[in-house]
Structures are given as structure tokens and as C-alpha cells.
Design a protein around this ligand. Structure first.
Ligand code: RAM
Length: 374
């Protein structure tokens, strides 16, 4: 059986060669949702023989050191997005192991400033720690700085406060963001045979993660290798299904020669493939991007979606829990090159700007999608 480290190394090798990987059958087991690790028994011992559980016991001791129950609040970009429900499931899995209080609050829509009142409310309630998936790196920073100044620990999950990193102590992102743009272009290039018009259907105009990835896609397209691919449009569905579908329909009308759509958002990708399939153009227009296997399984089965990518969002919530409990207890001090134990997901390192990578990156297609259930 592969270890998680060897899987990550394997993923890394394929990434460097230009693609996400996801074909390894063992990979889903490495994710927190599918982990066989059980919660530590009373007294802090772990109940399985696997070495992977050693970290659970260690971090659980960290939690028990606290004189009061730690209160962690997670603020996703918005409510009603199954992607963030998966992150929440990761928090809850860790909650069963670490015994902290946990709450989720979020705006209905992923608008740049919509999370600010929720942050302020948590400051007033004097929670111990906030994990946030920021809608905008600029808009939420002042409120997060205020939280930090009041002794509340703050991390970002899924997207970072790009350029405003002083608003958080550490960040957990799913993969090395500098590789996402190229991986997405490689996917679409493969699907359209290396040439033709392509468009991007993104989330919100402020989204720090999508914007970083789109920048990477544009950089990648400058490589002469992709000279026959033309990016003709970038549109925004705001991580809302209806708006994303409307934008996808508009793309089809505006660009009759369109060959491919990249939707690097778990919401937009579903809307886009639905629109393309319903228009009867699934054999002419390839849709790919980042999406949840459960949402896209049926389109992979009909053949309207050949390939797409993601990671297991739950891993970020799980790792975030271990990090926040350690920060609150003072047992984890973020520093570049330092590390901590994240339960069954084992040792995690602080990289540049105290960024932590959850990983592993995955690619889904007909051959492997049935192994993934998130
Ligand atoms: C959407 C959100 C999220 C992003 C995924 C891929 O759910 O925009 O931030 O990471 O898509």
C-alpha cells in the first residue's frame, strides 16, 4: 500500500509533467473522508494500529491541555455550495477527534464584503479561532486584522488573502496554486486537440483563488506550445448556478466557434456542462475545470464531461482544525519550514508565507470517478 507521502511525491512528478493526477486507486483512502483512522479513546490513545493515527493522539493531547473547550468558527464564501459542505465535513471529522466547539456562519452570496459582518459578530462573541474562505483579499482584511488584534486566531482555508497575508496567521490551500493554471490549460488543450477558441467561466470577480489561477492560465497560454488555443472570453457566474448557466449560454451564442470552457469553480462547472449538454453541443464543446465528483458523475457517464480536476475539500477542514487547536493552545507556532501533525493526514509543513498545502490534486474521468464520493 502506498503511503500518503509517496502518493504526494507521485502526484508531484505528474504535475511537473503538466497534469494533475488522479488515477491511483489508493488516493481516495488518503483523504480524510475515507480515512480508516478512528478517534482516540479516552486517555488519548488511538484505537488503531496504523502509524497514521499517531498524530491523532498527539493533537488530541493538545486539545485536552486547554482549560476550556475551544470555539472554532468557519466562514465559507457562501452558503449552499456543496464544496464548502465538504470542507465542513472535514472540520466535523476532526471535531470528533479533538472535541472543540464548532460553528459555521456565512453569507448567502459570495460578495466581496458580505463576510465582514460575520467576522465582526465572531469578534463580539470572543470565539477562539476563525477559519475563513475569503471572497476578497482586500475587503475582509481589516476585520480579520481586528480579530487578530483581539487575540482571535485566524487562518484562511481554500483561498488565501493574496497580497494581504498579514490578515491571517497561516493559510491552507488545496494545492500549489502556481500549478493550477497550467494544469487547467493542459486539460482543455488535451480535450480540444490543442487548438481552437476557449473561454473561462469563473466564480466572482474578486475571488482570490480563481483570479490567481486565471492569471496562471493566461501566463501558460503565452507558451508557444499553446499558440493555437485562443482565450476569447472570461465571464463570471458568481458561484451561483443560475447566473453561471446564463453566462455559459451567452458564451455559446457569442462565440459560435467555441471549442472549450474551463470553469475553475465547483458551481460553474456543473452549470456549464449542463448548458452545453442541453444545447446538443457536447461533442463539439469540451467542458472542464474544477468540480466535485458527486456533482459531475452523471455527465462523465453520458460522456458530456470527459475529464476534470479537484482535490478533496474535506482535507482542508480537517487539517485546519488541527492547526487552529494547536494555535489556540500555543502548541503550534507558524514559521516557514516548521511543521505540525494533522491527525490522520499526518505532518504538514508551513511553506512560503506560512502556506500549507492540503492536496493531493486529482483528475477524474470515466475510469476512476466511481472511486470518489464527495
Ligand atoms: C468553488 C469556490 C471555491 C473553489 C472551488 C473549486 O466552490 O469558488 O473557492 O475552490 O469552486
Amino acid at each position: 500500500m502506498f503511503t500518503r507521502k509517496s502518493l504526494l511525491a507521485f502526484a508531484g512528478v505528474l504535475l511537473v509533467s503538466g497534469l494533475f493526477t488522479g488515477c491511483d486507486k489508493k488516493t481516495p483512502e488518503a483523504s480524510s473522508d475515507k480515512s480508516t483512522t478512528t478517534a482516540p479513546k479516552e486517555g488519548g490513545t488511538t484505537s488503531t494500529k496504523e502509524t497514521a493515527t499517531a498524530g491523532v493522539g498527539k493533537a488530541a493531547e493538545v486539545a485536552r491541555d486547554a482549560s476550556k473547550k475551544i470555539k472554532i468558527v468557519y466562514i465559507p464564501k457562501n452558503t449552499g455550495n456543496v464544496y464548502f459542505d465538504s470542507v465542513i465535513a472535514g472540520f466535523k471529522k476532526a471535531q470528533g477527534e479533538l472535541n472543540f466547539d464548532f460553528d459555521v456562519v456565512a453569507p448567502a452570496q459570495a460578495d466581496a464584503a458580505a463576510q465582514i459582518p460575520f467576522i465582526k459578530q465572531q469578534i463580539q462573541q470572543k470565539v477562539d479561532a476563525i477559519a475563513i474562505s475569503p471572497n476578497s483579499p482586500d475587503a475582509v482584511k481589516p476585520a480579520l486584522v481586528e480579530a487578530l488584534s483581539k487575540g482571535i486566531h485566524v487562518i484562511t482555508i481554500d483561498a488565501d488573502l493574496t497580497g494581504n497575508e498579514e490578515g491571517r496567521e497561516a493559510s491552507i490551500t488545496p494545492m500549489d496554486f502556481s500549478l493550477v493554471g497550467k494544469s487547467q490549460i493542459d486539460l482543455i488543450s488535451e480535450l480540444v486537440g490543442g487548438k481552437g477558441e476557449i473561454a473561462i467561466l469563473s466564480a466572482t470577480t474578486d475571488a482570490p483563488n480563481q483570479n490567481f489561477w486565471i492569471k496562471g492560465m493566461k501566463e501558460t497560454l503565452k507558451d508557444p506550445k499553446y499558440k493555437d488555443l485562443q482565450l476569447v472570453d472570461t465571464v463570471y457566474g458568481n458561484d451561483q448556478d443560475q447566473k453561471s448557466a446564463t453566462e455559459a449560454q451567452a458564451l455559446l451564442l457569442k462565440h459560435p466557434n467555441l471549442k472549450g470552457i474551463i470553469a475553475p469553480t465547483s458551481v460553474g462547472i456543473v452549470s456549464a456542462v449542463r448548458v452545453v449538454e442541453a444545447s446538443g453541443k457536447a461533442d463539439k464543446i469540451a467542458v472542464t475545470g474544477l468540480g466535485m465528483p458527486n456533482n459531475l458523475r452523471k455527465y462523465v457517464q453520458t460522456g458530456s464531461m470527459k475529464k476534470f480536476a479537484l482535490w478533496n475539500p474535506a482535507d482542508m477542514g480537517y487539517i485546519g482544525s488541527y492547526l487552529l487547536v494547536g494555535l489556540v493552545n500555543g502548541k503550534i507556532k507558524p514559521s516557514v519550514g516548521g511543521s505540525f501533525e494533522a491527525g490522520s493526514l499526518k505532518e504538514r509543513k508551513f511553506g512560503e508565507k506560512n502556506g500549507i498545502i492540503a492536496g493531493p490534486p486529482l483528475v477524474f474521468d470515466k475510469s476512476n470517478i466511481d472511486q470518489y464520493h464527495f
